[in-house]
Design a protein around this ligand. Sequence first.
Ligand code: MG
Length: 256
Amino acid sequence: MDSSSPFDSIIFDLDDTLYSSKTGIGQSLKKNIDDFLVEKCGFPVSKASALRVELFKTYGSSLAGLRAIGYDVDADDYHSYVHGRLPYDLIKPDPQLRSILRRINQRKIIFTNSDRIHAMKALDRLGITDCFEQIICFETMNFNLSKATRPEEIPVILKPSMEAMNIAIEAAQVDPYRTLFLDDNVKNIAAGKAVGLQTVLVGRSTKTKEADYALEIVTDLVQVVPAIWFKEEEKDQKITRTRSEMDFVATTAVGA
Ligand SMILES: [Mg+2]
């Protein structure tokens, strides 16, 4: 029996994946975005919630939507307003999650649409910052944004766009076919599958078409994806074998 792990790397979404959507953080975030739409952009209070929902559906986030329709909203100002005042104390340390992450020998990477400051604060509250070698976040995908002369000139890049997925794979330097990707968003999981990642839908007990696995909570990983912990040394042998086989195939193909 081949007992080597099929995964070299594991990419984790952050919000509603590594901590539960029931913390109340998500509710506070919605309220802060509504306030931003009213206070900073001048929309009527009665329209703010519906607009937030519409912008999220159409553009992936309120920031992306506001810029796309011509509002010159600075990403850092937006993030410090909507994330900066979140009640982070609602996120509690998760020693069980920490223990599981510490037992995963593969590379572990965060991939979030949120900004870096938010990611660092949330990971710090959970007590798992040192479990990850890299954070791929809003700034990674949108390093170009400040160069836009008009807000709609350079679109905001976020999951689930293919561009975002490809930036993450490039930044993380992973082979998508040997990478496990966890996210709570069905569209993100579909995008992950489209770029070749092996996918885990978090927060649900049933899989969608593009999900290889489904977990109610992230700590169920141990029971649902035991292949993560298959032996390392056999994996190394397998990589060597697979590489030489691939070289052979490539040579043959060129010669043919
Ligand atoms: Mg999420």
